[in-house]
Design a binder for this molecule. Sequence first.
Ligand SMILES: Nc1ncnc2c1ncn2[C@@H]1O[C@H](COP(=O)(O)OP(=O)(O)OP(=O)(O)O)[C@@H](O)[C@H]1O
Length: 242
Amino acid sequence: MDTTATTPKTTTGNMPLQLIDLSLEYPDGEGTIKALDSVDLAVGAGQVLSLIGPSGSGKSSLLAAAATLIRPTSGLVIIDGTTASDLNDSQMTTLRREKVGIIFQQPNLLASLTAVEQLMISDHLRGKPLKPAKVRALELLDIVGLADSAKKRPHQLSGGQRQRVNIARALMGEPKVLLVDEPTAALDHTRSESIVRLLVQVTKEFSVATVMVTHDTEFVSLTDSVASMRDGILALPELVGA
Ligand SMILES: Nc1ncnc2c1ncn2[C@@H]1O[C@H](COP(=O)(O)OP(=O)(O)OP(=O)(O)O)[C@@H](O)[C@H]1O
């Protein structure tokens, strides 16, 4: 196996996200806590995997490791064919910026910016020119159902609409992997369902591999598969079908 940083590992099949024998330990007094215990997972392009499990079971740790925000103790994180675990910090940041979209529970939008500007600024931070960024931002706002709200600021949008801006923003960098943490936690039933449906829609439309952590098992049936965690161990994903 080639594990050098300069020669990305090539995966077989179209599996933009692969976790192989991934373990993550946190120091805990004299000992350690095993937040992830030999996790294996592959998510295909255009697939949404729901990740469920009790509090403290390791869901956020899995997302953080897959997002390359945290280095695993052992094992491999492979994103679109590149073995992230082999990269240095700056290469890892570049990989994350180019290949990974992260959607947190709270949209964290900037209060002073309009919806279209929220999206454009993420391209600007990638050093991309403004004009094409605006075109793409408007297209994405249209796709997430906010064509008429491009000029609205966060306080003029509902919680569901803010989450839609958040999703559109995560797609600006044309990611291969979308990592979504409790996207419906702050929303009512109807809005929650429409947000999960939207995530499934954009996952198919942009052929990304999506992992969605959720407590809302009700909407899991809208996604392609579900895997559950307990004590850092991931049970094999089951197909649920839509
Ligand atoms: N920074 C940290 N330092 C030490 N221990 C941590 C840290 N982050 C998480 N843990 C521990 O790792 C285990 C997994 O936590 P994690 O947050 O990944 O679970 P979770 O399933 O996301 O929980 P929740 O649903 O409550 O967010 C827990 O035992 C937790 O206490």
